[in-house]
Design a protein around this ligand. Structure first.
Ligand SMILES: Cc1cc2nc3c(=O)[nH]c(=O)nc-3n(C[C@H](O)[C@H](O)[C@H](O)COP(=O)(O)OP(=O)(O)OC[C@H]3O[C@@H](n4cnc5c(N)ncnc54)[C@H](O)[C@@H]3O)c2cc1C
Length: 464
C-alpha cells in the first residue's frame, strides 16, 4: 500500500499533522504501536475511574472567540470549534520557594505585581526582560540554540527570582537540565505566564476524541497496534516502513513523532552523503514520577483552592536527573478540581509530580519495582503536604507512574517526557524525506505538540 505521507505515532502531534494532510486530500496514514491513541497525553480507566495520563492543564488559555494566539491558530488550522475543547480557566497558581511565594493567574498583571512587591529592586530589570521576551520571535525555526539562563542573568540580578521564573517553565517544558533554550523559554513564558492554564471539564478525552473524529471525517486512516519496526530507505531517502507484523508500506515522506533518537534507531546507518547530515540527536535524561490521589472530598473543602503549585524547598532550584530515585526538594502539585467549571467534578483529585532518576526505575525487577513505587508514593506525598492541607485521611484510591511506565506506553528512551535536549526545530533528520514532529521537533506540551504537527505538515508535506 502506498501513501503520500505516513505518520509514526497517534499522539497529539501525529494526529494534528494527519488532520492537516487529510484536509488537503492527501492519502495519509497514522501508525500507532499501542491499542489506543494519545501517547504522552492519553487516558485510561482504572478501578472504575477515568484518569488522564498527562494532563495537568492546557497552556495558552484564551477566551472563546479570541482571534489571535497559538490556541486560536491551531483550532483554525484544524477546523475545530472552541466548544469542542471547552476549556475552563484555572483558579490561580503559585510558585513557592523558601520564604517567597509568587502567585499567578491567566491575568499576567498578577504575576507582574507579585514580582514587583517581592523583588522591588528587580522592578525595572524585570520590566526590561519582559519587553525583550515579548519582542522575541520564538517561532523562528532557523535560529541557533541560545541559553535562557545566560539571557536572564543579563537582565536580572536576583538568583532566586531567576530560579522562580524557571521553575514552572522547566517543569512544563524543558528537556535540558538546569537551563532551557531561549526560544523554548519564551514559548513557555508566553504560554504559562501570559496566556495561562485551562482544562476541559472531562479532561483530555474530548481533545483526543475530537482530533480522531476530525481526522477520520476528513478521510485519514488510523492504524492502531501498528508499530513501526524499521524505516525502509533507498540512498538518502526514506521510502516506507515495515511494521511489527512484517507488513510493508511505502510513502512519499514520513513524519515521525516517536522522538529523534528513537526514529534514528528505526533507520539503517545514514549513508551521510547528504551535505548537512549533521543532526546528532541526544537521548534525554529529564523525567518524572507522578502520583494521582483520588479523594472522598474536594481539595476546596479542605481549604485548598489553587490549581497548580510549583514548589522548591531548597535555596537553589535543581532541575536535573536526581541521584536519588526521586527528587523530594521540588515538584508540582496539581488539582484538576480547581478550575472554574460550571459544575464541580464528582471526586477530588491531587496529582503530585517529582523529578525522577530513570536509571533507577528502569533497573528494578518487577518485585522491587512494585515495592519502590509504593514507598516513593508515600515520600512524594509527604513532600507535597508541606504545601497544602494534609489530605491523607481522605485518599480513596491512588495510582502512580514512573519513567518505566512512560517508556512502556510511548517508547520514549529513558521514559523521558520532553525527549532530547537538542531539538530539530525545522524537523529535519539526516534522511531527506523523514521529518520529525512533536516532542523532538521542539514544540512541547499539549498545544505545542499540536502546533508542531501542524507546522511540520504545512512546511514539509503540503509544499508541492
Ligand atoms: C505526566 C505528564 C504530564 C503532562 N502534563 C502536561 C500538561 O499538563 N500540559 C501540557 O501541555 N502538556 C503536558 N504533558 C506533555 C504533553 O503530554 C506532551 O508534550 C505531548 O503529549 C507530546 O505529544 P507528541 O505527539 O509529541 O508525542 P507522544 O505523545 O509521545 O506521541 C508519540 C506516539 O508515537 C507512538 N510511537 C512511538 N514509537 C512508535 C513506533 N515505532 N511505531 C508506532 N508508534 C510509535 C507512541 O506510542 C506515541 O503514541 C505531560 C506529559 C506527561 C507524561
Amino acid at each position: 500500500m502506498h501513501y503520500e505521507t505516513l505518520i509514526i505515532g497517534a499522539g497529539l502531534s501525529g494526529l494534528a499533522a494527519g488532520i492537516r494532510l487529510a484536509y488537503f486530500d492527501q492519502q495519509v496514514c497514522v501508525l500507532e504501536r499501542h491499542t489506543t491513541i494519545g501517547g504522552l497525553n492519553s487516558f485510561y480507566r482504572l478501578r472504575g475511574r477515568n484518569h488522564d495520563v498527562g494532563l495537568h492543564a492546557v497552556t495558552n488559555y484564551a477566551k472563546p472567540g479570541t482571534k489571535t494566539g497559538p490556541l486560536s491558530k491551531l483550532l483554525r488550522q484544524l477546523r475545530i470549534r472552541w466548544d469542542d475543547f471547552s476549556l475552563c480557566e484555572q483558579n490561580g497558581s503559585s510558585i513557592k520557594f523558601p520564604g517567597c511565594t509568587l502567585q499567578f493567574s491567566n491575568d499576567f498583571e498578577l504575576l507582574h505585581e507579585q514580582i514587583n512587591s517581592a523583588f522591588p529592586s528587580e522592578k525595572d530589570h524585570f520590566a526590561r526582560l519582559h519587553q525583550f521576551l515579548i519582542n522575541f520571535d520564538e517561532l523562528d525555526l532557523q535560529q541557533n540554540a541560545q541559553s535562557a539562563r545566560e539571557t536572564l542573568n543579563q537582565y536580572l540580578g536576583d538568583a532566586m527570582l531567576i530560579d522562580m521564573l524557571f521553575c514552572p517553565l522547566m517543569f512544563y517544558g524543558s528537556a535540558k537540565p538546569d537551563d532551557m533554550d531561549l526560544n523554548q523559554f519564551v514559548v513557555m513564558y508566553k504560554s504559562i505566564f501570559m496566556e495561562g492554564f485551562g482544562r476541559p471539564f472531562k479532561g483530555v478525552r474530548p481533545i483526543m476524541k475530537t482530533l480522531v473524529r476530525q481526522y477520520k471525517k476528513l478521510g485519514g486512516e488510523l492504524r492502531l497496534r501498528a508499530g513501526v519496526k524499521r524505516i525502509l530507505t533507498d540512498g538518502n531517502r526514506a521510502v516506507g516502513v515495515e511494521l511489527d507484523d512484517g507488513t510493508q508500506l511505502t510513502a512519499d515522506r514520513i513524519l515521525s513523532s516517536a522522538g529523534a533518537v528513537e526514529t534514528a534507531q528505526l533507520c539503517p546507518p545514514c549513508p551521510s552523503t547528504k551535505e548537512e547530515a549533521s543532526f546528532e540527536p541526544i537521548a534525554g535524561d529529564v523525567t518524572f514520577n507522578e502520583i494521582i490521589d483520588t479523594l472522598d472530598t474536594t481539595p476546596a473543602e479542605l481549604g485548598h483552592n489553587e490549581t497548580i503549585i510549583f514548589f522548591n524547598n531548597s535555596e537553589k532550584f535543581s532541575y536535573r536527573k536526581p541521584d536519588e530515585p526521586c527528587d523530594l526538594q521540588s515538584g508540582i502539585i496539581c488539582s484538576p478540581n480547581n478550575f472554574q467549571y460550571d459544575t464541580p467534578l464528582e471526586e477530588g483529585c491531587i496529582r503530585v509530580t517529582a523529578l525522577a532518576n530513570h536509571d533507577y526505575w528502569l533497573s528494578l525487577s518487577e518485585e522491587e519495582y512494585i515495592e519502590a513505587k509504593a514507598d516513593w508514593v508515600q515520600k512524594i506525598r509527604e513532600t507535597a503536604i508541606q504545601h497544602l492541607p494534609d489530605y491523607r485521611s481522605h485518599i480513596i484510591d491512588t495510582d502512580s507512574f514512573t519513567p518505566k511506565t512512560i517508556k512502556r506506553y510511548t517508547g520514549h528512551i529513558n521514559g523521558c517526557v520532553y525527549g532530547a535536549p537538542n531539538k530539530s526545530l525545522d524537523g529535519s533528520t539526516n534522511w531527506d524525506n523523514l521529518l520529525l514532529c512533536g516532542t523532538d521537533q521542539g514544540f512541547l506540551g499539549i498545544v505545542g505538540a499540536m502546533l508542531s504537527g501542524i507546522t511540520m505538515a504545512n512546511n514539509h508535506c503540503l509544499m508541492n
